[in-house]
Design a protein around this ligand. Structure first.
Ligand code: BGC
Length: 462
């Protein structure tokens, strides 16, 4: 039986995770809306490219700009700000009367996605007790996958409707309004409160959310680590010192591998991939795409269940081996397409995509957001997490931008592009072995103390 406090924690994490749903919805919806906009407005190639990537550019800007704001304004207010921008972006894209307005709306949505992509996992990690932190932060990834799935289903339902694409974008208003309203009712992060000297409030939040017999110890631990950091005048420059080299590398590495494993080639362009493998019609390819959404969401539930029990590293290893094998299978299927015949090519490529999504969803998907929310010291956590999120959008931009170009070249027809993604997953094994460390069951303060053992720093302090 769950205690009332645990139920409350889950509810708060679910409200915050609505930000993830918006992330998934607004990145996924372009996949299904774009063909209709293209038809109606006769979009140029450039306008088309911008309609897709404006969100990713917005994501880069949003995550960078708001990192220090999250340390200054607090985790709650920054999420409220993002929810407001989401609302404005959804309305603007739904009523856009020209491609410029549409792109501006997509840019706004991107800004908001950039903010929530770091502020939500960060917030959840900071309110969660260590033993269920993995599970609660993975709610965020689960919400992303649900958002993607909803966007595919919405696309499917409104495909025949008049002004269908406007309705598709407009649906995003609903979760944005829920996030906005919900954020007023959740408490501020106790760790952020302590960092601002608002100790009494922090204690009250811990009392409300965590089991009474451990609140004192937790509070003392947060306070102690915060005081130590304060005494050492830790600031954002610390991230670039030798002492924090490992968390710094984790932030870049996990997203480099996550994105260059080709995930968004599948999430944004699966319909195209299924067409390339010989599906007769767009409709069957879209149905297969809905299947991608379903497998993605269901497999993330496996991660929610097992991340705290099995640990981060074992799942990462299993996930990387599975993604590498499935990507190699897709690559071989395209390479030997002539000798395999049409049916076998379809089975291997579609099967390969589904198996790939399964392994991604139990490992690289949730781990990206989880690791960047837990490996940094408190006083620079906002800045460092936002930088991690920036890398995500930066790498995402390059993979999504290059995929259609590469797919149209010989690397697309002979499967070479999937071989590149395979190689990245194999390199990921080295990263998992030598850089990532296990954080299962540790409190954020335990993790932080790891870095304090090595006080070497190259930042000059005034
Ligand atoms: C990634 C997204 C991706 C999604 C797929 C997330 O973890 O950050 O780029 O589209 O997973 O489920």
């Amino acid at each position: 039986m769950m205690s009332n406090k645990t139920v409350l924690l889950y509810t708060i994490a679910a409200v915050a995770a609505t930000g993830g749903l918006l992330f998934g919805f607004d990145t996924g919806v372009i996949n299904v809306a774009l063909p209709f906009i293209k038809q109606e407005w006769n979009l140029s190639e450039t306008a088309e490219a911008w309609s897709v990537s404006a969100v990713l550019v917005g994501g880069m800007v949003g995550s960078l700009l708001s990192g220090r704001l999250a340390d200054g304004l607090g985790r709650k207010r920054i999420n409220i700000l993002a929810a407001l921008v989401f609302t404005a972006g959804s309305v603007l894209t739904a009523v856009a009367s020209s491609e410029e307005i549409l792109i501006a709306g997509r840019l706004l949505l991107g800004l908001a996605i950039g903010v929530v992509s770091f502020s939500v996992p960060l917030y959840i990690a900071e309110i969660a007790p260590g033993e269920i932190r993995g599970r609660l932060v993975t709610f965020f990834q689960l919400a992303i996958t649900i958002g993607i799935l909803i966007s595919y289903l919405v696309g499917f339902s409104f495909a025949e409707a008049e002004n269908g694409w406007r309705l598709m974008f407009g649906v995003g208003f609903v979760p944005a309004a829920i996030l906005l309203a919900g954020m007023f009712f959740v408490p501020e992060s106790p760790r952020w409160l302590v960092s601002k000297g608002r100790d009494e409030e922090a204690r009250q939040v811990l009392n409300r959310l965590h089991e009474t017999d451990r609140v004192d110890t937790e509070y003392q631990q947060i306070k102690r680590v915060n005081d130590e950091e304060k005494a050492r005048k830790v600031d954002w420059r610390e991230l670039f010192t030798k002492r924090l080299r490992i968390p710094f590398l984790i932030g870049i590495g996990i997203f480099l591998i996550q994105q260059f494993s080709g995930i968004n080639a599948v999430i944004y362009y699966s319909t195209k991939i299924f067409n390339m493998s010989g599906f007769g019609s767009n409709t069957t390819s879209i149905m297969a795409t809905v299947g991608v959404g379903v497998v993605n969401t269901l497999s993330t539930l496996v991660a929610v269940r097992f991340l705290d029990q099995w640990g981060r590293k074992p799942l990462l290893f299993v996930g990387l081996i599975g993604t590498a094998v499935s990507l190699a299978t897709i690559s071989f299927a395209f390479f030997f397409r002539e000798s395999l015949g049409a049916d076998l090519l379809r089975i291997l490529s579609v099967g390969g995509v589904y198996v790939y999504i399964f392994f991604f969803a139990i490992s690289l998907g949730p781990l990206g957001w989880l690791l960047i929310s837990e490996v940094y010291p408190l006083r620079i956590r906002g800045f460092a997490t936002s930088l991690g999120s920036f890398y995500h959008w930066f790498f995402d931009f390059w993979v999504s931008f290059t995929f259609p170009i590469l797919a149209a070249s010989s690397l697309g027809t002979n499967g070479g592009i999937f071989m590149i993604y395979t190689a990245v997953c194999l390199l990921g094994l080295l990263f998992a072995r030598y850089i990532v460390f296990e954080t299962k069951g540790m409190s954020l303060e335990d993790i932080e103390r790891k870095w304090q053992k090595n006080p070497e720093t190259s930042v000059s302090r005034t």
